[in-house]
Structures are given as C-alpha cells and as structure tokens.
Write a protein that binds this ligand. Structure first.
Ligand code: AMP
Length: 287
C-alpha cells in the first residue's frame, strides 16, 4: 500500500472546491459517493463502482443533523473517520470530504430546504417526518459543492434513490445518478452502519427482513396480495422483530401497487430489532 492509495482528507468547502477545480483542469471527470461514514463493504462497493467509471472519486462523510428527527439516533450514530479512511485505502477514493456541521450549516440549520413531494411522506417519510427533506437538502448542497459528473447511491435505500433521481429531474441538476446493488452478509442480512448495534441474537432475528423479502419474491407471480401475505407470515413467526411497514411499490413511481398490478415492482420493509431500526428492499416481477 502506498501513500498514493490513501485518500486525502479535506474538511472545508473551499479546499474541496480547489481540489475539484485542479482535477477538472487536468481533464478528470468527478464522481461523488455521499455517505454518513461508519463505512462497510456496501459503501466500498459504491466507491469501487465510481472509480471503475474512470472518475476522480470524492467520498463525502457527513452525519447530517437535518435528516434526523427528535428522538432518533443522531447522537448515537457511529462516527469513525480514521477507520473509514483506512477502509478506503486502495479502493479508488481520491478524497474524503468530511466537513463539520458548522462548515455545512454556518448559520444553523439551513433555512432554505428542498421538499421531497408526496413520496417523501410515505414509508420512511411517514415514520421519520422531515427525513427526506433533510436528506435532499444536504445532497443538493453536496452536489453544488462538488459539482460531480456522476453520483453513486445504493439500492439499499430505495426510497432515497427514487427521491434523489426525482430531484435531479425536477431541478435540472447537471449530473448522472448511478445505482449500485445492495451488498449483503452471506446469510442475507443487508450491510448497514447500524448493524454494529445488533447483539448476536438480534443479528439472527434481523434475518427476518431479507427472509420476508425472499418469501414475497417467491409469491410475486401470484400477485401483490399473495406476496404481501407471504412476507407478513414470516414476520408473524419472528416475535423478536417489530414490523414498521412492508409494502410493494411501483418501480417507477414508488407508490403502492394495488392487487392486480403487474410488472416491475419493489418490495420494501422496515422493522425494529431491539433498539435498532433496519430497512431493506428487493426487486419483484409481479405476475
Ligand atoms: P449511509 O451512509 O448508510 O447513509 O449510506 C451511504 C450510501 O451507501 C447510500 O447510497 C446507501 O444506499 C449506500 N449503502 C448503504 N448500505 C449499503 C449496502 N449494504 N449495499 C450497497 N450500498 C449501501
């Protein structure tokens, strides 16, 4: 491993802009991978994807207070910058942009915000009011700071991807969005920064999310109701998890699909295991 493989860490917007300006002057295209840190192999897969597209890769690490509600896990969210930089060594990241809250919001929580529209108050947005407005606002700020040609997001956060794509279209933002598949443990558990809070028992209980999605996929040919019932039955057998929502949404609109609906859809699930809230999703082909 040489020092060249190690991403440079930048904390200020001015320095980041200067770095990007120099890269562009040298003919590079720029990719952004926005994250909240506590990096795992799922995040690293996004970085490798960005790098394989031939870009100078900026990985942002910022735990955005604007997207956490009162009583959520903002204070408890893991902050592990040194380990994150180490995890990115040799993976194609040029820079880690890790601004402070004061650097991003020098006048307090920004007064101007992006609003997510109707899909922003469904599912994650119903449980976490204001979450998607906060997420889109910081993503818009990051797009303006970095001005990337492409930004890479994970399918793991399917509603987030839908809303970011919608924002890019609605606001004519001049970049491409790439979506990378969800990276999982061998047992099916989707990697998440919050998995570190699960005890051994809870990690076993947490398999109910991917198992419910698999049950839904197996029944998808029989229609929406059959798929939904199959998933709910898996949860009924696992009292250790508290189901928040399970639904099947159109891949295009992210609106719930009625029974009788056909074509490409996404099964989405959120559940609490102990004190930890987990989400997951899976593509379905409805019969
Ligand atoms: P986070 O920092 O967890 O909010 O996520 C930053 C980015 O990583 C988002 O685009 C997520 O969708 C993506 N991501 C999180 N977990 C995974 C995973 N298991 N596989 C692939 N991408 C992921």
């Amino acid at each position: 491993m040489t020092a060249l493989d190690r991403p440079r860490v930048i904390h200020t917007i001015a320095e980041l802009r200067e770095f990007v300006r120099a890269e562009r002057a040298a003919g590079a295209s720029v990719a952004l991978v926005p994250t909240m840190g506590a990096l795992h192999d799922g995040h690293v897969s996004l970085v490798e994807r960005a790098s394989s597209l031939g870009n100078t890769v900026v990985v942002s690490i910022f735990v955005n207070p604007l997207q956490f509600g009162v009583g959520e896990d903002l204070d408890r969210y893991p902050r592990t910058l040194d380990a994150d930089v180490a995890a990115l060594e040799g993976r194609g990241a040029s820079v880690v942009f890790a601004p402070s809250v004061e650097e991003m919001y020098p006048h307090g929580p920004s007064l101007t915000r992006v609003t997510a529209g109707p899909v922003g108050s469904l599912f994650e947005g119903a449980t976490r009011p204001g979450h998607f407005d906060g997420m889109l606002t910081v993503v818009a700020k990051l797009f303006n700071i970095v001005q990337p040609d492409v930004a890479v997001f994970g399918q793991k956060d399917a509603q987030q991807v839908h809303l970011v794509k919608q924002m890019v279209l609605d606001l004519n933002l001049p970049l491409r969005i790439e979506v990378a598949p969800t990276v999982r443990e061998d047992d099916g558990l989707a990697l998440s920064s919050r998995n570190r809070f699960l005890s051994g028992d809870e990690a076993r209980v947490a398999l109910v999310l991917s198992q419910a999605l698999a049950a839904a996929a197996a029944q998808a040919g029989q229609g929406v109701d059959a798929a939904r019932d199959a998933a709910r039955a898996v949860f009924a057998d696992e009292p250790g998890a508290v189901l928040d929502y399970f639904d099947i949404v159109s891949a295009d609109s992210f609106e719930p699909v009625d029974d009788g609906g056909t074509g490409a859809a996404t099964a989405i699930v959120a559940a609490r295991v102990g004190a930890t809230r987990l989400i997951d999703n899976r593509s379905l082909d409805l019969g």
